[in-house]
Write a protein that binds this ligand. Structure first.
Ligand SMILES: [Zn+2]
Length: 256
């Protein structure tokens, strides 16, 4: 029995069994005919995307023929393009929006919140400012839509160790903890003052808890006695009163 006399019947039976077979996104919907050469079957395939294509059955059934009308490749190319354009592929995410807003607050003088951020020296860790991925890697995904980027030390910068996702309630509590002190006639928050004078902020807090006033907490060298004899007694009367003035700053807006 020759191959040619047996083949047509054999293929027809096989082809009937092909109908409905699925390969990736393609489903065999009809048998169209056979190629003269080697009797290969041509079938109609319907793709999940709606396209209809005609291909050799064997080409689709083996991986080399692809598993869609071509739409998978187009989709992948589109995704790759977007990724290449944005580098991280998260442009449309809330995390990226938060990052972009943060940069606006700190570096765009036209931003409505700039005066409360960039305008008073709040900056962003350089690696985060230039690269969303680095920022995201540190802070992670936003837990809920209620959360926004918060600085743990409300007067510190957006930098490693000082950012977290926080709810408006957490942020309000955080702001109430701001303690203002007066040094050389200037009123500012403890952390800012400590930075300005290069004093460890923990030392300043420790001294304030002991009742030291702002000038002493900041200006007396670490390890030195509290009151230099030459210090005028102008503010000495408050020695026993807590010197730091807790200032409620609830009217401040939350980080966005
Ligand atoms: Zn398709």
């Amino acid at each position: 029995m020759s191959n040619s006399s047996r083949s047509p019947q054999f293929i027809d039976e096989k082809v009937v069994s092909f109908l409905g077979n699925r390969f990736g996104r393609l489903v065999v919907t009809a048998f169209i005919g056979k190629l003269a050469e080697r009797g290969r079957s041509i079938c109609e395939f319907k793709c999940d995307c709606g396209n209809v294509i005609y291909r050799r059955y064997s080409a689709i059934a083996t991986k080399s023929g692809g598993r869609s009308c071509g739409c998978i490749r187009i989709e992948r190319a589109r995704v790759a393009t977007i990724k290449a354009l944005t580098k991280h592929g998260m442009t449309a995410t809330p995390e990226h929006s938060s990052w972009a807003s943060m940069k606006g607050r700190c570096y765009n003088k036209n931003d409505h919140a700039w005066s409360r951020y960039g305008g008073r020296g709040i900056s962003i860790y350089p690696a985060w400012r230039s690269d969303f991925s680095a920022f995201y890697k540190h802070i992670g995904p936003r837990p809920t839509p209620e959360h926004s980027v918060d600085r743990i030390d409300n007067d510190g910068n957006y930098e490693p160790g000082n950012v977290r996702w926080a709810t408006p309630r957490q942020q309000a509590c955080n702001r109430r903890n701001s303690i203002y002190i007066e040094v050389n006639g200037e009123l500012a928050v403890v952390s800012r003052m400590a930075r300005k004078y290069g004093v460890p902020v923990q030392l300043v807090y420790k001294r304030l808890r002991r009742g030291w006033c702002g000038d002493d907490a900041i200006l007396v060298p670490n390890g030195a006695a509290r009151t230099p004899p030459s210090t005028p007694p102008s503010h000495r009367s408050s020695d026993n009163a807590p010197c730091p003035i807790p200032v409620s700053s609830d009217s401040k807006q939350t980080d966005e």
